[in-house]
Ligand binder design. Structure first.
Ligand code: SF4
Ligand code: FE
Length: 480
């Protein structure tokens, strides 16, 4: 099996026997379910690009393990150029989908585990890295999509894992067998979970030495026995059942299709265990995954805001306001914020460093600052888009009314902007804007890849305040 096409990816999902629930019912056929299919379409673009001559250079790479051509989403970064290509690829896919395409979670998890397992082995003489390389070869050869399972439910945030009233609030090992381990717990908010082939599970936080059973990293097939999924709701998701126009982005939907993944006593064979008990490496693994993923946000989200800027400019044109100087100024501000985010991600790639395993890691200060900017700038960009579009974004009648024999002509007449633009075009752009700037999409910008405080902690820690104090003292003439 070589690099999959988008169609082969979708077909391969049909072979999985996933236990997925949505709105109180088990979904027998997740691939064709209207709540899930748009997310699959979005992830499929990561496969489609690998076969598109325009994007092939960004979307494929040469495996350092096998020398074969692979999809970049399964690649281990071998240079800062690889990190730059990741950023350019993510922006390009965001531009085509206008939403999350999910596959970067596994991509970042692979890179974090690859590097960290090497360092665990160096310290403890374990064999995690070799095991992971074998597993990675399987993933690359079969062009699999992995979801990254990091976020535990966490229960009472003031308590560490071992002190929770319910020990399962952090995923943990409940039994050790001769041929592997048995794990129990859950991973929350898992992007792309119901359309991935594999799950890469990592700890969620730095751990105390006594929390060994929580320091576990492993891979399982997405349909392994004991795993099931509770698919989350999204803003306006019932519109997926009632028509196309009102969805705004019917083909790709909003954000990543997140799920709660429950692990009810799941067996993991040793060859798929990449950390177990090394609590002192838990923080490193979490931080690496988080930094790789935070770097992405100035790429995928920027592709999405490229679409938003286009939509805002179009609605201004349809409204007849595009020449007003304040409208132009708001669009300029959207562009400025967008490019500011992107430069942060690129800087984080260009300033990447080589790790002991030989692979490349992002500049963590820039990765964290760019994600922190996302938590503010996306809100501001959406606010500006709402401002430019006008109030009809919130009051438009439905697609059914537009198509109604009596009401339709009135909607055509009274929702018309400039005479040359069909009313339906104006409605479609409004719906796209509504979809991209609403509840679920905004919250994902805030908390995806970690909440703002997590970035502030890292920025503070890495800022080297002592050196900055020295600089100030020198200029102020203060001698110690
Ligand atoms: Fe990829 Fe962005 Fe979605 Fe994260 S939010 S999985 S980086 S597209
Ligand atoms: Fe995300």
């Amino acid at each position: 099996m070589g690099i999959k096409t988008a169609e082969e990816y979708v077909e391969s999902l049909r072979k999985l026997n996933l236990e997925v629930y949505f709105m109180g019912e088990r979904i027998e056929n997740p691939v064709d379910h209207p709540a899930i299919r748009p997310h699959i379409n979005s992830a499929a673009v990561t496969y489609q690009f690998a076969h598109d001559p325009e994007y092939e250079d960004l979307a494929t790479a040469v495996s350092h393990l096998t020398g074969k051509k692979i999809n970049r989403f399964t690649h281990i970064h071998q240079s800062t150029d690889d990190l730059v290509k990741k950023i350019k690829l993510l922006r390009a896919i965001g531009q085509q989908t206008g939403t999350c395409f999910q596959r970067c979670v596994g991509y970042d998890a692979m890179n974090a585990i690859y590097a960290t397992s090497f360092e665990i082995d160096q310290k403890y003489g374990t064999e995690y890295h070799e095991r992971f390389k074998k597993y990675l070869t399987y993933v690359q050869d079969n062009d699999l999509m992995c979801t990254g399972g990091m976020t535990d439910p966490k229960g009472d945030r003031s308590l560490p894992p071992g002190k929770q009233a319910d020990p399962d609030l952090y995923l943990h090992v409940v039994k050790e067998l001769e041929d592997g381990i048995v794990v129990r717990g859950a991973k929350a908010h898992q992007t792309g979970a119901v359309n991935s082939h594999e799950i890469l599970v990592m700890p969620t936080t730095a751990l105390r030495a006594e929390d060994k059973e929580y320091a576990v990293c492993f891979a399982v097939p997405a349909d392994a026995e004991g795993i099931f999924y509770i698919f989350g709701r999204q803003t306006n998701d019932e519109r997926k059942l009632t028509g196309e126009i009102d969805q705004g982005n019917a083909k790709y939907a909003i954000v990543g299709g997140e799920a709660l993944v429950v692990f009810e006593d799941v067996f993991v064979p040793w060859e798929r265990v990449f950390m177990y008990g090394e609590t002192d490496f838990s923080g490193m693994l979490v931080e690496r995954f988080a930094s790789y993923h935070r770097q992405n946000y100035g790429a995928c989200k920027v592709g999405v805001t490229d679409v938003l800027i286009g939509a805002a400019a179009l609605i201004a044109e349809y409204n007849g306001t595009e020449k007003a100087s304040h409208i132009r100024d708001k669009i300029i501000e959207m562009i400025h914020l967008t490019e500011t985010m992107h430069t942060g991600s690129l800087a984080s790639a260009y300033e990447g460093v080589q790790l002991p395993a030989g692979s490349y890691y992002v500049n963590t200060m820039y990765a964290n600052t760019v994600k922190h900017n996302i938590t503010r700038f996306i809100y501001e960009i959406c606010r500006l888009a709402h401002d430019v579009a006008g109030g009809l974004l919130a009051t438009l009648p439905s697609e059914q009314d537009l198509k109604h024999p009596k009401l339709g002509p009135y909607i055509e007449k009274y929702f018309k902007g400039v005479a040359s633009v069909p009313t339906e075009h104006r409605i479609r752009i409004c719906r796209l804007l509504e979809n991209m700037t609403g509840g679920t999409a905004l919250v994902e910008s805030m908390h995806g890849a970690g909440s703002p405080q997590a970035q502030r902690v890292m920025m503070y820690r890495e800022a080297n305040l002592e050196q900055k104090k020295k600089l100030a003292k020198k200029l102020a003439g203060i001698e110690d």
